[in-house]
Design a binder for this molecule. Structure first.
Ligand SMILES: [Zn+2]
Length: 481
């Protein structure tokens, strides 16, 4: 039994439900990509599919729209696959279990993938329809957006004639995104050496933090668990002797770490001091972050006598320097667009291996030269510490265009439909528009989408009414001439 049956617009929800039945987490989009190809074949539409799974489907202009400039409709095929602890689904193999609660669609125990399945559903519904007026449509569906915009980076757009692009990957109805930051990942490695040390095995855990997306939440002043646990270790070093056996925190370069762990080997005589420093640190943290990250706690677990390989003193210096000196958080705000973070850094993961410290950093900036300067700083610091940096996943910013015909149309039609002005904004997160604009000089882009809440989490939900209004809005944009 279909869960979404009866919802309007029926075609959109029907395609969305079919998409949800096909596993399509990042790097596992093949089946959904093939589904889109089959869709095009059945309707004799021109299409292209590359090795990665990116798909482009073309539909010629409806009668009367032959002279109107083509328009690209773009979204990504992949979704973030997150689930609750109790959920038994394997998101690489199983479809989602949709459910409706009032105005919201969600998936039981998992992410919904409304980000960005709804874009694909809209695109297929438009390509499928016979009664929607539109110019030549070029539907561009990319893979692996969520893990570094990989599909958009690799896609060949030479078959596209469009110079206008509607990206359907924004999550607030009524907010039109007209620019975004660029970014780069830095993977840092610093060699360390170890010696055996006897003492009490103490496990420390910094937790209870809010974390969040390193683009959209970087300006919330939240605690980065890796950075602040590094700070605790530096504070402790001023007061007690200890050996560092383990350190790890964070899950991904573009996520603010919610927790971090450290394993110490420490003499029995230092335990009292350690407890005092833990209490001192907690009260300092609450004073500094009480508003932005109120749940912070540092827990300590004594596990008895042990002998473990810990960092040599010189290596401990290097690790503490790296954790404490690496630039982190908001680096500068835009002078042109009030409230916009211009440049930021996020230490996404930190992990102490047997013979090296590994850090994954996410650099973001809406100004390319500022991004380059951040990369330079990281390289200089890591070089000082005897390590090496590999940069990857570089993507260009999508600069706000002073003049944009497409934006004007979208604003005008929004006002007409909603009776109010849309918010036009520039974001600090990354969108594929930057990469695609780089491939098509002069590309006029705008990003929009229906209301999606708590994306990238098992609480993700999508507003049915908003999907319906956004569908009307999309059709109006396509019909404009
Ligand atoms: Zn997305």
């Amino acid at each position: 039994m279909k869960v979404l049956q009866g919802l309007e617009p029926q075609k959109v929800f029907d395609f969305f439900e079919q998409i949800c039945a096909i596993p399509h987490t990042s790097r596992h989009e093949k089946a959904l990509s093939d589904f889109c190809v089959e869709f095009a074949k059945k309707r004799a539409l021109e299409y292209a599919q590359d090795e990665m799974g990116n798909v482009i489907i073309v539909k010629e202009a409806a009668p009367g729209y032959e002279a109107v400039e083509p328009i690209m409709i773009q979204g990504h095929l992949d979704m973030v696959g997150d689930k609750t602890q109790e959920c038994e689904l394997d998101l690489e193999k199983d479809g989602l279990r949709l459910r409706i609660d009032g105005d919201f669609i969600s998936a039981e125990g998992t992410t919904l993938g409304g980000d960005d399945g709804i874009a694909i559903a809209y695109a297929l519904a438009i390509l499928d329809a016979q009664d929607i007026p539109h110019p030549r449509i070029e539907a561009v569906m990319t893979v692996s957006e969520e893990i570094g915009l990989l599909g958009a980076t690799a896609i060949d757009l030479s078959m596209c004639k469009g110079k206008r692009l509607l990206n359907i990957d924004s999550e607030v109805e009524g907010v039109l995104t007209a620019g975004c930051a660029g970014g780069r990942r830095a993977y840092c490695r610093i060699p360390v050496r170890r010696v055996k040390k006897q003492g009490i095995d103490v496990q420390l855990r910094l937790e209870g933090l809010l974390g969040g997306h390193s683009g959209t939440e970087i300006d919330k002043g939240r605690v980065n668990a890796c950075v602040e646990l590094g700070r605790f270790l530096a504070l402790l070093r001023e007061k007690a002797k200890y050996g560092l056996a383990a350190f790890s925190g964070g899950v991904k370069d573009n996520v603010i770490p919610k927790s971090a762990d450290a394993g110490l080997v420490i003499g029995q005589e230092e335990i009292g001091t350690l407890k005092e420093v833990v209490a001192e640190f907690e009260s300092q943290m609450h004073a500094e972050y009480g508003t932005a990250d109120p749940g912070l706690r540092l827990t300590m677990d004594e596990r008895g006598q042990c002998e473990l390989p810990v960092l040599e003193e010189a290596s401990l210096d290097l690790v503490l320097d790296a954790l404490n000196l690496m630039p982190n958080g908001v680096q500068s705000m835009s002078a042109d667009l009030p409230g916009l973070v211009e440049t930021s850094m996020n230490m996404g993961t930190a992990e102490l291996k047997k013979d090296e410290l590994r850090l994954n950093e996410s650099i973001r900036s809406s100004v390319t030269s500022a991004k380059e300067q951040m990369a330079r700083k990281v390289e200089m610091l890591i070089r000082r510490l005897g390590g090496t940096v590999e940069f990857s996943g570089d993507y260009p910013a999508w600069p706000y265009a002073k003049d944009s015909k497409l934006r004007e149309i979208c604003v005008e039609l929004f006002e007409k439909q909603y009776g109010r002005k849309p918010e036009v904004t520039v974001i600090h997160a990354g969108l594929e528009c930057g990469i695609l604009s780089d491939k098509i000089p002069g590309l006029d882009c705008i990003s929009l989408g229906p209301d999606l809440l708590d994306i990238h989490t098992p609480q993700e939900r999508m507003s049915i009414a908003s999907v319906a209004r956004t569908w009307e809005y999309l059709k109006a944009i396509l019909a404009y001439k």
